[in-house]
Design a protein around this ligand. Structure first.
Ligand code: G3P
Ligand code: CA
Length: 230
């Protein structure tokens, strides 16, 4: 089962920072998950639409603008990183699951990945996108079909899973409370692996491992990468 660092490794370091990403990489994760939003003409790595919860500042990211956001402390002296900084830090050690958090990201994301690919030729294969905004994944499928896509869902009914097939997704990423063996099997029928978020207890991880999920997304990769887990 793959262990994916959530927001880098949010349980061990300030979330969505380079410090969190490096912490996860040092622990040996095969993949990290991060959140992106567009501000001005930049893609920044942040979960919320405001900086209130995760930095020493206050305000809406769009009102603050990129330059002011970059001056904030996101914890332990870390800055809010740009997407390219995270991708470069992770490559080629781990894949990156970029969660698209707003509807304005896609065009810039495609441009940035194409530019980055010039200097880091393997990077596209090490990158995938996920989102609750399934129309944004459809846009990606049209603009950059070789970039892997994963619909994010909280809850899903069995009969709804086939609807995702049109997206030609690599995985279904689902909340831990709603995943069942039937969902895992149905997703597999349509070519999707199953990733489950956010799993922070060993007992939950073991149950999901037995259920046959492909990966878990966790704030605490250390507790699953420890020798005693499997
Ligand atoms: O990718 C799974 C998970 O990150 C989705 O929820 O709120 O942590 O972005 P959230
Ligand atoms: Ca996320």
């Amino acid at each position: 089962m793959q262990i994916v660092g959530h927001r880098g490794a949010a349980g061990l370091a300030p979330e969505n920072t380079l410090f969190a990403v490096r912490t996860a990489l040092d622990l040996g994760v095969s993949r990290i998950e991060i959140d992106i939003r567009q501000v001005d003409n930049e893609l920044i790595v942040i979960h919320d639409e405001t900086v209130n919860r995760t930095t020493n500042g206050k305000g809406d990211i769009h009102e603050l603008g990129f330059k002011r956001i970059r001056r904030l402390d996101a914890g332990k002296g870390e800055r809010i990183p740009c997407l390219a900084e995270v991708l470069k830090a992770a490559y080629p050690k781990a894949e990156v699951n970029i969660e698209i958090k707003d509807t304005s990201c896609v065009e810039l994301l495609v441009t940035q990945l194409e530019v980055l690919e010039q200097s880091l030729p393997g990077i596209m294969k090490h990158t995938m996108v996920s989102s609750f905004l399934h129309d944004q994944l459809e846009k990606i499928r049209t603009l950059l079909p070789r970039l892997r896509r994963a619909p994010l869902v909280r809850d899903v009914q069995l009969h709804q899973i086939r609807r995702f097939a049109a997206l030609q997704p690599c995985s279904l990423n689902i909340h831990r409370r709603y995943v069942t063996p039937e969902i895992v099997n149905e997703a597999a029928r349509y070519g999707m692996k199953t990733f489950v978020y956010t799993v922070n207890k060993r007992s939950q991880g073991r149950k999901l491992h037995h259920m046959g999920v492909f990966g878990i997304i966790t704030d605490r990769p250390d507790i699953f990468l420890d020798e005693g887990f499997f």
